[in-house]
Design a protein around this ligand. Structure first.
Ligand code: AMP
Ligand code: MG
Length: 400
């Protein structure tokens, strides 16, 4: 590793060591809780299903009757939502999916295995006891834990909560994320682009990421390259946010005011990180807010957000497991001149199930990130040859 540079893992460990999870809890209607982090484990106060019921449209029977008699009279009809009478011995009950099994029956014969003759049914394939019966509590047991604390609620989790009658769920409040963008060269789309200026693409990338991670975003827009302007917006953001993320101005050029501004308003650690793209990253605090300053290059700010801000944000949101799951994948490209720093290469799945490399890995070429399906996490100084197995971080993993 390069002298004087911090490794990605060291930087991440320091970041995560400083993360302080949000503790405010709000009770949300279960219908609105998808995407939020569950603050307390949930237990069921009922069995699911609440009664033995039929898994099929068919006929409920007693298997002891069938040993003697394969032709049965249909003595009742039980629809889902209703409750039948005890099964008359020697008869069958017409039954539909989800309807309660009547007392005395112990199996359901699916209707495809029956021929009906008026009031009589002939069972062509005798069932075993328990066939097509969903037993009480076979999904969820009364008192059992259904959802662990600290879980991001997926749609199916809210469905599971609802299946045991839970109407509201305690979730951590959303993380308030403040964003601002430094650079006198920046112009918003919709405005004409004077010579020498560029559009503020990072605003769109970072706002989008904030949305993907379910933040409550405060966007302070473009901040001029001046110490006073940067200090002023930092003060405002610190009063309103849990975490402030910025783009640009963290190098040590003449127009880089983020460092002195954070130092004046709070505390700052400046890191040169052994990664490409990336390198400069600022981490600190301003009053009660955390601060992470990302580099201005569009690819660098995108990648450093995914590698550093993402896990930090997840911790602040209340998640414990914040490491993205990598996939071992086949490189269908050569990378003969690796960098002395750990590299995050923009790659894309090909039809053969391997990974192709975007031809330009320059940190200013945003097209590479849009073309890609994710990043290859390549160790420092490691050449890649066609056919090698590489560590692939798909966007699908980095976006969860
Ligand atoms: P900086 O980190 O401020 O030195 O910026 C590094 C490079 O990223 C420069 O070429 C900037 O013009 C560019 N850059 C900075 N901020 C943005 C932004 N918000 N959107 C697009 N490019 C940017
Ligand atoms: Mg700048």
């Amino acid at each position: 590793m390069n002298k004087g540079l911090l490794s990605v893992d060291e930087a991440l460990a320091q970041l995560l060591a400083g993360a302080r999870p949000v503790t405010d809890i709000e009770e949300l209607p279960t219908l609105e809780a998808t995407g939020r982090i569950l603050a307390r484990a949930q237990r069921s106060t009922m069995d699911v299903p609440p009664m033995d019921n039929s898994a099929m449209d068919g006929y409920a029977v007693s298997t002891s009757d069938l040993e003697r008699n394969a032709s049965l009279r249909v003595s009742q009809k039980i629809m889902a939502g209703s409750v039948g009478k005890p099964l008359e011995p020697g008869t069958a009950a017409r039954i539909f999916t989800g309807a309660p099994i009547p007392p005395g029956a112990d199996a359901v014969v699916m209707q495809e295995h029956v021929t009906a003759h008026g009031e009589e049914v002939v069972i062509q394939k005798p069932p075993k006891a328990g066939d097509w019966v969903r037993y009480v509590g076979s999904d969820v047991k009364n008192g059992g834990e259904i959802l662990a604390a600290g879980k991001r609620l997926a749609p199916q989790d809210t469905g599971l909560a609802a299946s045991v009658g839970i109407k509201t769920l305690p979730v951590f409040r959303k993380v308030r994320l403040g964003l601002f963008f430094t650079g006198d060269e920046l112009v918003m789309p919709g405005e004409p682009l004077p010579p020498g200026r560029i559009y503020n693409s990072n605003r769109f990338t970072l706002r989008g990421l904030a949305q993907v991670f379910g933040c409550e975003t405060r966007d302070y827009g473009i901040v001029p390259d001046s110490l006073e302007a940067t200090r002023e917006v930092l003060r405002r953001a610190a009063a309103e946010c849990d975490l402030i993320v910025t783009s640009g101005g963290v190098s040590v050029g003449d127009a880089d005011y983020v460092k002195p501004a954070v130092e004046a308003e709070g505390r700052l650690l400046m890191w040169k990180i052994s990664m490409k793209p990336g390198r400069p990253l600022a981490f600190g605090t301003v009053r009660d807010a955390f601060f992470i300053g990302l580099p201005g290059n569009p690819v660098s700010s995108f990648v450093t957000f995914l590698i550093f801000v993402r896990p930090f944000l997840l911790r602040v949101q209340g998640l414990k497991d914040v490491q993205p799951k990598a996939i071992a994948a086949r490189a269908d490209f050569d990378w003969p001149e690796p960098d002395a720093r750990r590299e995050f290469l923009r790659v894309k799945w090909n039809a053969q199930g391997g990974l192709d490399l975007y031809p330009t890995q320059d940190s200013a070429v945003l097209t590479s990130t849009s073309w890609a399906d994710g990043l290859v996490d390549n160790p420092a100084q490691q050449a890649i040859r066609k056919g090698d197995t590489v560590r692939f971080l798909p966007y699908s993993e980095l976006y969860t």
